[in-house]
Each structure stands twice: as structure tokens, then as C-alpha cells.
Design a protein around this ligand. Structure first.
Ligand code: AMP
Length: 214
């Protein structure tokens, strides 16, 4: 099964994708994570993407589509959860071709519907453990002991450079202008399910599981 999670930054796509990866053995394919890795490694893709990401704009369709193609080849035939891809109509078409070339197809598109003002607060307070990647939030999900990761005990945390209010607003504008218009493309094929992303993480996860089981 291959599914796309759609929704503005901070809607909970990454959190839900990680849950599905754990519960169903599907593979999370996050172009944001792939690009951050490329930036950290200083690879040619990372060098091109760094400033674009820091400005909250979209990296080119060709770069992200190539990243997804490579990941589909290495991830074998496991089901995929596309998180943060596609973000433009051109990427949606590229995804269809990439899957078709591998004899696969898209089963569901899940749109996480959220309130944008609440998202700015969600994103601006989030951080993760530098060692194991566990995610936290200053207000909504602080670690049990201040400054110590609940999972691995590390005291180092990281915040994304694009998680500040100004860049978040720019990323949301990009979502409205370029990503939301993809929905009719999938709606025509009856693939879209809408889930209220303002519910608790567990409730959102339960609804997504129900859709995948339907
Ligand atoms: P994300 O982690 O999904 O919020 O992505 C962080 C940043 O990476 C975005 O603001 C974009 O600059 C870039 N990015 C991630 N995925 C894509 C994509 N599919 N197309 C273009 N840019 C992307």
C-alpha cells in the first residue's frame, strides 16, 4: 500500500508517518528529512537546497522527485508513506510515473485539516533529540525531566532553522499556493480522505488506521 499525507507544515504528517512506519512496517519517505540530511552532509543537492529551505520556499521539482525515485529503488517493495511529497502538481504527476514505472500505484491520499494560527504555535515550539530523533514541544510535549530525552537520556536537542514564525508563515503560503491545488487532481480519482488534524495524535492515528483498513 502506498499513501500520501498532505497538510501544511506542522499538521502532524511526520508524526503520523513515523507511527505508520512502526505499526505497519511501511517506509516513511519524507523529502524534508532527505533534504536536511543532504544539507548536513554538504552533498551537491544539499548545497543547492540550503538557502531555499531556510527561506521557507520550495526546492525544485526535479531535485525532490529524483530523491523519491532513489528511495523507492532502495526501499524495495515495502509500502510507502509519502510525507511532504508531492508539494506541487508537477511532483504529483512525477509520483504517479515513478510508482507506475515500478508496477505500483497510490492507494490513499490523507489530508490533515488544521487551523493555521494554531500551527504556528505548534511549530515554533518544537524540537527533537539530537541523538535519537524523538520529537518534543516546549508546551505540548516537554520531556519528563527538563532538558533530558525520555527515550535515550541525551541532553542535546536540535531545533530546525526554518521553524521560526516568519519562515513558518512563508511555508504556509507556499502550501496554500502550490500544494493545496493538488487536491482536485487526487479528488477526481476518489483517493482523498480528510482527517481533522487538530485532534490528539492518538485520535488522528486511529482515524488513519481505519482508512487504511477500509
Ligand atoms: P518539511 O520538513 O516537509 O517541512 O520540509 C522542509 C523544507 O524542505 C520545505 O520548506 C522546503 O523548502 C523543502 N521541501 C521538502 N519537501 C519538499 C518538496 N516535496 N518539494 C519542494 N521542497 C520541499
Amino acid at each position: 500500500m502506498n499513501i500520501v499525507l498532505l497538510g501544511p507544515p506542522g499538521a502532524g504528517k511526520g508524526t503520523q508517518a513515523a507511527r505508520l512506519q512502526a505499526s505497519r512496517g511501511m517506509i516513511q519517505m519524507s523529502t524534508g528529512d532527505m533534504l536536511r540530511e543532504a544539507v548536513a552532509n554538504g552533498s551537491p543537492v544539499g548545497v543547492k537546497a540550503k538557502a531555499v529551505m531556510e527561506a521557507g520556499k520550495l526546492v525544485s521539482d526535479a531535485i525532490v522527485s529524483a530523491l523519491i525515485g532513489e528511495r523507492l529503488d532502495t526501499a524495495g517493495r515495502h509500502g510507502a508513506i509519502f510525507d511532504g511529497f508531492p508539494r506541487t502538481r508537477q511532483q504529483a504527476e512525477a509520483l504517479d510515473s515513478l510508482l507506475a514505472e515500478r508496477g505500483r500505484n497510490l492507494d490513499h491520499v490523507i489530508e490533515l485539516v488544521v487551523d493555521e494560527d494554531a500551527l504556528v504555535e505548534r511549530i515554533a515550539g518544537r524540537f527533537s533529540c539530537a541523538k535519537c530523533g524523538a520529537s518534543y514541544h516546549d508546551r505540548f510535549k516537554p520531556p519528563l525531566a527538563d532538558g533530558v530525552c525520555d527515550h535515550c537520556g541525551s541532553t542535546e536537542c536540535i531545533r530546525r532553522p526554518d521553524d521560526n514564525e516568519q519562515t513558518v508563515r512563508r511555508r504556509m503560503a507556499e502550501y496554500r499556493a502550490k500544494t493545496e491545488p493538488i487536491l482536485p487532481y487526487y479528488d477526481e480519482r476518489g483517493l482523498v480522505h480528510r482527517v481533522d488534524g487538530m485532534q490528539s495524535v492518538d485520535d488522528v492515528a486511529a482515524q488513519i488506521e481505519a482508512i487504511l483498513d477500509s
